[in-house]
Design a protein around this ligand. Structure first.
Ligand SMILES: Cc1cc2nc3c(=O)[nH]c(=O)nc-3n(C[C@H](O)[C@H](O)[C@H](O)COP(=O)(O)O)c2cc1C
Length: 208
């Protein structure tokens, strides 16, 4: 049995969002194919995802010095630690984001900051940092109004490439992207583009 984290960074559901519609197709199929797996949905727009702020830095400092943390420091530091432990305890990750301003919504970056912990997701060695999540696999599902997986705009794409870099840094050996692209450029083909991506998602879920 695998534990799958279904990590969505979208304020809308599958009715209003192309990313979420394709992701739903993927995760529903995945659950059908793997009924005994534990699929945990982390809705980043509903969950408490603390940013690394002054409280967090002072809380971490007090953990080192043995001083007592304030209630706010304690809450944020504990929540960040909980998110990290949950992440490293999982076997597979499905990230779902819309393409916003060449990347993804900021709460996804806050989530990555919560899990990118030395000694948990990676470690420092004399040869440099080494990823520790070498037995995981990950998928990123994203809808983009334009086309960024190829062509002249590809170099402006910084969301999937960022997640790819982080997954490599964590040592995750398998990370794929599943994109719904170009529907804003070709609005009359939007439904067909979405249906094509849903079919690819259904296929991908068979073997993920
Ligand atoms: C805040 C915001 C920023 C966006 N930035 C881009 C962009 O940089 N390039 C692009 O092609 N489309 C951009 N779009 C369009 C979205 O990528 C497109 O609507 C996509 O379908 C969003 O995913 P969703 O359908 O899951 O919401 C943007 C949309 C919003 C709301």
């Amino acid at each position: 049995m695998s534990k799958v984290l279904y990590i969505t960074a979208h304020p809308h559901d599958d009715k209003a969002s192309f990313s979420m519609a394709v992701a739903k197709e993927f995760i529903d199929t995945y659950k059908e194919v793997n009924p005994s797996d534990d699929v945990v949905h982390i809705d980043l727009y509903k969950e408490d995802i603390p940013q690394i702020d002054a409280d967090v830095f002072s809380g971490w400092g007090k953990l080192q010095s043995g001083d007592e943390l304030s209630a706010s420091e304690q809450r944020k530091v504990e929540r960040l630690s909980e998110l990290c432990e949950e992440f490293i305890s999982a076997d597979k990750y499905v990230f779902v984001t819309p393409f916003w301003n060449f990347s993804f919504p900021p709460v996804m970056k806050a989530y990555i900051d919560s899990v990118a912990v030395a000694g948990k997701a990676f470690k420092y060695t004399e040869q440099g940092p080494v990823g520790l999540l070498t037995d995981k696999k990950a998928l990123h599902i994203q809808a983009r109004g334009g086309i960024y997986s190829e062509g002249p705009a590809a170099q402006m794409e910084m969301g999937h490439r960022y997640l790819d870099t982080i997954m490599q840094f964590f040592g995750v050996p398998s990370f794929e992207g599943l994109f719904v692209e170009g529907h804003n450029l070709n609005p009359d083909q939007a439904e067909a583009i979405k249906e094509d991506a849903k079919a690819r998602a259904k296929d991908a879920a068979q073997t993920f």
